[in-house]
Write a protein that binds this ligand. Structure first.
Ligand code: SF4
Length: 209
């Protein structure tokens, strides 16, 4: 990655981490995906019960494979036939892994969900939530973060799942009420009531979408 981009990401991460701290959340900066993996594995004790929502970034840094192959109690919702049981078990996890659709440079996290399993677990349930968020998802303010979530993340997610929504045809959000819409629930996480619950690893390399 270009040196100037690396420097800019480091400096911006300092501001984001201060913003997270002001909101009773904890942030860390990892310049590379490899550093992010090392940090995540340091934060999660072996033996932890771990669940996850849609978290492409956690896959991309190798965290999901490391957990599957490590000494953890992983609730693998793709492998569990009873999806409702898997969802309910997730609320009792020690760690819930997630990416974010966008966040602000002062530490507010923005997430959109269709089934709401991800946003509901972020909001409450799991003892800890660990976000993996690449710096390209950091926006100036809530307005910018909502625009990113709706016009970048959501259309790409809708395409990924092969859904029939206007955004899969045009690449832009049409504020649809299509039965296939994945924009059913919006969660803005602006403060954590519980200290040590929400941790965010900011990653200098681009991840997810
Ligand atoms: S509201 Fe509809 S058109 Fe807009 S991003 Fe969501 S699914 Fe796509």
């Amino acid at each position: 990655m270009n040196e100037n981009i690396i420097k800019r990401n480091e400096l911006l991460a300092e501001k984001v981490i201060k913003g997270l701290e002001s909101r009773n959340m904890t942030g860390y900066y990892a310049p590379t995906a490899k550093d992010a993996l090392t940090k995540a594995l340091k934060l999660i004790p072996e033996g932890s019960k771990i669940a996850m929502g849609g978290a492409m970034s956690a896959h991309e840094i190798g965290l999901v494979d490391a957990i599957k192959n490590g000494n953890y109690d992983f609730i693998d919702r793709d492998a569990i036939e009873d999806k409702r049981a898997a969802m309910l078990a997730s609320y009792d996890a020690d760690y819930f892994l997630s990416s974010a659709n966008a966040m602000t440079n002062d530490g507010v996290l923005v997430n959109i969900d269709g089934n709401a399993n991800r946003v509901s677990a972020i909001a409450q349930g799991p003892k800890h939530v660990l976000f993996i968020v690449s710096m390209n998802k950091v926006c100036d303010d809530i307005d910018g973060a909502m625009k990113r979530a709706r016009n970048v993340a959501a259309p790409i997610n809708a395409q990924r799942f092969g859904l029939t929504t206007p955004c899969t045809k045009t690449g832009a959000c049409f504020n649809c009420k299509s039965p296939d819409t994945i924009c059913c629930q919006f969660l803005i996480t602006r403060y954590s009531r519980h200290k040590d619950r929400i941790h965010v690893i900011l990653v200098g390399e681009n991840l997810g979408f």
